[in-house]
Write a protein that binds this ligand. Sequence first.
Ligand SMILES: C[S@@+](CC[C@H](N)C(=O)[O-])C[C@H]1O[C@@H](n2cnc3c(N)ncnc32)[C@H](O)[C@@H]1O
Length: 233
Amino acid sequence: MAKQIPTPGRQRLFGRRKGHELTPRRQALVDEVLPTIRPEIDEDGRLDLKGPVAGKDQLWLEIGFGGGEHLAWQAKHNRDVTVIGAEPFINGVASLLAHVEDEQLDNVRILDDDVRPLLEALPDASLERIMVLFPDPWPKTRHKRRRIVNPLTVERFAVLLADGGELRLATDIMDYARWMMTAVWPHPDLVWTARRPGDWQDRPDDWPGTRYEAKAGKAGRTPVYLTFKRRNR
Ligand SMILES: C[S@@+](CC[C@H](N)C(=O)[O-])C[C@H]1O[C@@H](n2cnc3c(N)ncnc32)[C@H](O)[C@@H]1O
């Protein structure tokens, strides 16, 4: 059995799994295309990424991709990279599948579930980039342990990142920004790349905005963009 990340209490970290009913096209994508690109983890924790990652130079992971617009953009603009996305909300998964079909993206893999078993199954130093953009804020004190960015997952991110690999985090909730920094800053292998305020106040050019971010902007909240590099082993 794959070892589980010991998140306190084996908490469920995500909210709803399903929203409105899927259109027939999106339902068909979920039924027919998703099984062909969904990573499988067997009982011994072995991972099958479904298809050729060989030939692709890098493996990236986006956790909680929402509607998948950011992930699809990254896959489209980085054809030599395989981008894995994990997202338990099936309407978001269906939205990304529509991008995959419309834009003929053969370099996307989708886990329609909690990312944590995948974090366990991926080999050490296998990821060049991990992205966690606008994770669920869980603002109430008693819910904060549900935050996906926490010292245990950060420890795993550091193991999974290849030398020089990048951890990208974003949030519009200042309490979560402080929480992220508290979780990542002390890690000896992860180095914050910011040199001046613009480095965390401005979204980098190769980092398109997300749907959640647009909503946060309309609500008058200002995001932060945090990039960390993994030190060489
Ligand atoms: C606030 S939304 C942000 C979505 C997207 N990144 C964006 O910026 O538009 C956070 C997403 O993380 C997903 N999520 C929460 N916990 C997760 C987990 N353990 N594994 C994978 N995804 C998760 C949720 O289902 C939700 O869609």
